[in-house]
Structure formats: structure tokens, C-alpha cells
Write a protein that binds this ligand. Structure first.
Ligand code: MN
Length: 208
């Protein structure tokens, strides 16, 4: 079965602005962190990707198309890494909420079914994110009809395994080091406790 990139979205190779004010998460994520994270790191992935794809069939393709076309080709690792990091960070900004939210409706029912409770899911997501050795991402995904918590290393993204991401947490050190230094666990627990965008997760959950 082919893994259709349009299933996951149609993201252009252009960096979107942050969907909130850069001060909206103080002190869990400072404006200074967003300045570097969105303004330097995320922008850098788009800038590098533009150079790598210029004059290739990937120019002008959606990020989802580039990711699925390159993830299993060692000759295209640099393109994959940069396209995936563009996509992962788009998804990360969407996964964050300045205000406390809780899961509702069909997603809440699926969480209770697959994890026991929302608190149990939050614990599993935090633990998977904290335990990722080195750089990477913690994810809540829908895999077929089942919700799962997974983590990926470096730029890797669950869509290459056919899993639908619902939420992600960035555990590269640049995501938290200015605010929390080595205390990754404290940062992740603060995000999971009060700053995940469950409305976004519900919209992802409802995707065909
Ligand atoms: Mn990052």
C-alpha cells in the first residue's frame, strides 16, 4: 500500500510564522528561545532545503512529498533531514497551546481506551520524550485504529511509517536549553501538564 503524502497535509517549502506571540509561553518557553528556535534553527532548515532542492524534481513539492520520497534513500539524506525538520517544527508549533486545554470527544475516548486515562497518556508521552537519547522528538500518533506514543531520533518523523501524528514534543537541546539547561524532564513535564494543543490533536485524529 502506498503512503500518500497528501494524507498528512500539503505544507509549502516556506516557513510559516509562529501561530502565537513569542512571549505566550513564558517562563516554560521564553521569547529568547523562540527567537533562536523559530528565527534561526527552523529558518535555517528552510534556507538549507531551498539550496539543496534547487534544480531538482523536489523544488516546489510539498514537504510531505519530499519527506516520503527521500526518507529511505541514503543519497538524499541531507534533503530528507532538512525537509523533515521543516515539517517537524511546523507540527511542533501547532502542538503547543499558550492556555491549558484538555482532550475531548472521540479523541478523549480513544485515549481512555488505549492508555487507561488522559493522565496515563500524559505520563507515557513525557516519559518517551524524556528518555529519547540525544536529539529527537516525542510523539502521540494514530497507527491504524490505535493511539501510540513513540519517539524518533534526529529528524525522523512517524509519517514515514504510515503513522498519523497528533502531537509532538521537541527534545533537541535547542528547544529548552536557554530556559532549563540540562533539566529536560522539568521542561517536558511543564509542556505536557499545561501547554499541549489538544484541539489540534483532535483535528489530526479526525483526518481520514
Ligand atoms: Mn527544534
Amino acid at each position: 500500500m502506498t503512503n500518500d503524502p497528501s494524507r498528512y497535509g500539503a505544507s509549502p517549502q516556506a516557513q510559516p510564522p509562529l501561530p502565537f506571540a513569542d512571549t505566550a509561553f513564558e517562563p516554560v518557553i521564553s521569547a529568547r528561545t523562540f527567537g533562536f528556535h523559530h528565527g534561526k534553527h527552523h529558518k535555517g532548515y528552510f534556507d538549507t532545503l531551498a539550496k539543496l532542492v534547487a534544480g531538482t524534481p523536489h523544488a516546489g513539492a510539498t514537504l510531505e512529498t519530499v519527506i516520503l520520497a527521500t526518507h529511505d534513500d541514503a543519497a538524499q539524506t541531507a534533503i530528507f533531514n532538512n525537509a523533515a525538520q521543516c515539517w517537524n517544527h511546523n507540527f511542533y508549533w501547532s502542538s503547543l497551546s499558550p492556555t491549558m486545554q484538555t482532550p475531548n470527544g472521540a479523541l478523549a475516548a480513544a485515549i481512555t481506551r488505549d492508555f487507561g486515562s488522559i493522565d496515563d497518556l500524559k505520563m507515557a508521552l513525557a516519559e518517551a520524550s524524556i528518555a529519547r537519547f540525544g536529539t529527537g522528538w516525542g510523539w502521540l500518533v494514530r497507527d491504524g485504529d490505535t493511539l501510540k506514543v513513540v519517539s524518533t531520533d534526529d529528524a525522523h518523523v512517524p509519517i514515514t511509517a504510515g503513522q498519523m501524528p497528533l502531537l509532538t514534543i521537541d527534545v533537541w537541546e535547542h528547544a529548552y536549553y536557554l530556559d532549563y539547561q540540562n533539566r529536560r524532564a522539568d521542561h517536558v513535564h511543564a509542556l505536557v501538564r499545561g501547554h499541549l494543543n489538544w484541539g489540534f490533536a483532535e483535528a489530526q485524529f479526525a483526518r481520514a
